[in-house]
Design a protein around this ligand. Structure first.
Ligand code: P5A
Length: 443
């Protein structure tokens, strides 16, 4: 927790190659490092944030009864030939040959592999439904990787798959993921709006993209502003409640570019509610029935008949979310980043004016505070920088709270500041208040 001992290689200036704020900040704060075009290493700070996001995503999947497994990154081409996607997928798929000259690939997605796993083990309708997910690296040889980890070639995705007996049950599974995504993004302090979207290479005819608004986003969106006010906190995991939830959202026009229809937009959305803007796709869900189960013969026995599983798939861009949160939370005018407390790399930074020049790197006062706030995840800037340089550095790193031990702060007090917000002087004897403020904010 002492900055001088941590591997956080901060850059003084914005790297020229970074065009958007998340890419700039991630490089400057030492969160990632490019290893080749569209492929990045995650350094400790960035990795810690991504792992926190991953955990929230995981908890919300578990809450709807989805079960975690882990499939490999490398797949055999055989199953892709069965589904018919091996040729269709094109140049985005990284194809590899092993030493036996077998055609392998680095998985861009896992519909085929999960269908293969399902068909080899599930024979009876009694084992339905099944909701399965994993969180694993994917590779897509994007034509134009850009914006750092926002559109890269190797990225970290949570992908889930549902198997049901009929369309009605399958819609129920789809709606469970719909709600779990709303809850996930809310815990990340993001307002992600579900928008009717195209299904592209995944297929099917029902699909929603979850999009957060950002000028630097790559998705163009057309929406009725009232969709931002739809309340989902009372929805429960029950068929009727979830159908109502979907209806509440779908009564407002909200589509991505490919689904846009000018006449419909103008007919359905009163002028004052029309929103045409850009956004970042952080999640995408699909329903495609038997698109994979039929050619791959994934069926179960039901009353003497073989029924092909009705399937959907559900993706969250876990690594992309790190950048998306920066795009949403970085304040350009104040030049400060504030991570939502749920994913912040540290909860509070102690910025001490004592430094090595005085012969010691951490003051007695700082040590006393560290001792008293031992339930918080603290980071202490014990470098040789002066206090204003430390504040500037931590405004960039985005730890949401700072305790500043400036030379002008009274000896028995500290300055406590919420990044980008107000600051107050707190007596050391009342220091527990800081613990309370931070833990209240976590709720
Ligand atoms: C759903 C899960 C799928 O792949 N199959 C399994 C479906 N959907 S998707 O929309 O293509 O991708 C899901 C999410 O992954 C993120 N994503 C990316 N992140 C960074 N770089 C990329 N090149 C990239 N491509 C997709 C997005 O957040 C997307 O919503």
């Amino acid at each position: 927790m002492f900055l001088s001992k941590l591997f956080i290689p901060i850059l003084k200036n914005n790297p020229a190659e970074a065009k958007i704020k998340s890419h700039q900040l991630m490089l400057r704060a030492g969160m990632i490092r490019q290893s080749s075009a569209g492929i990045y290493s995650w350094l400790p700070l960035g990795f810690k944030i991504m792992k926190k996001i991953e955990n929230i995503v995981r908890e919300e999947q578990n809450k709807i009864g989805a079960q975690e497994l882990l499939m490999p990154t490398i797949q055999s081409s055989e199953i892709w030939k069965e589904s018919g996607r091996y040729d269709d997928y094109g140049e985005e798929m990284l194809r590899i040959k092993d030493r036996q000259n077998r055609e392998m690939l680095y998985g861009p997605t896992n519909e085929e592999l999960i269908t293969e796993i399902f068909r080899s083990s599930v024979k009876s309708y009694k084992s339905m439904p099944q909701l399965l997910y994993h969180i694993q690296w994917k590779f897509r040889d994007e034509l134009r990787p850009r914006f750092g980890i926002m559109r890269c070639r190797e990225f970290y995705m949570k992908d889930a798959y549902s198997f049901d007996l009929n369309d009605d049950d399958a819609k129920f599974s789809y709606n469970k993921f719909f709600l779990s995504y709303l809850n996930t993004f809310k815990r990340l302090d993001l307002s992600a709006i579900p928008m009717a979207a195209d299904t592209g290479p995944i297929g099917g005819n029902l699909s929603h993209e979850f999009v957060i608004l950002a000028d630097t986003g790559e998705s163009k969106i057309y929406a009725d502003k009232r969709i931002f006010d739809v309340n989902f906190k009372d929805s429960i995991l029950e068929k009727k409640s979830l159908t109502k939830l979907r209806d509440n959202f779908e009564k407002y026009y909200a589509v991505t570019d490919e689904k846009f229809n000018k006449v419909e937009f103008e007919k359905n959305v009163p002028e004052q509610y029309r929103l045409i803007t850009k956004g970042i796709e952080v999640g995408h869900i699909f329903y495609f029935g038997d698109k994979y189960s039929k050619p791959m013969k994934a069926s179960v026995d039901h009353q003497g008949k073989k029924l092909f599983a009705k399937m959907g798939s559900y993706g969250v861009g876990v690594s992309r979310l790190v950048g998306a949160i920066i795009e949403a939370k970085y304040d350009d005018t104040k030049e400060v980043m504030k991570w939502p407390i749920s994913v912040a790399p540290y909860e509070c930074a102690i910025l001490d004016s004592a430094n090595k020049m005085d012969g010691h790197s951490v003051s007695q006062k700082a040590l006393q505070i560290i001792d008293k706030l031992n339930t918080l995840d603290l980071i202490v800037d014990d470098t040789e920088d002066n206090i204003s340089a430390k504040i500037k550095k931590f405004n960039l790193i985005g730890v949401p709270y700072q305790i500043i031990l400036g030379s002008k702060t009274p000896e028995d007090s500290v300055e406590f500041r919420e990044v980008g917000g107000k600051s107050e002087i707190i007596k050391i004897s009342d220091i527990y208040k800081i613990q309370k403020i931070i833990s209240d904010n976590k709720k």
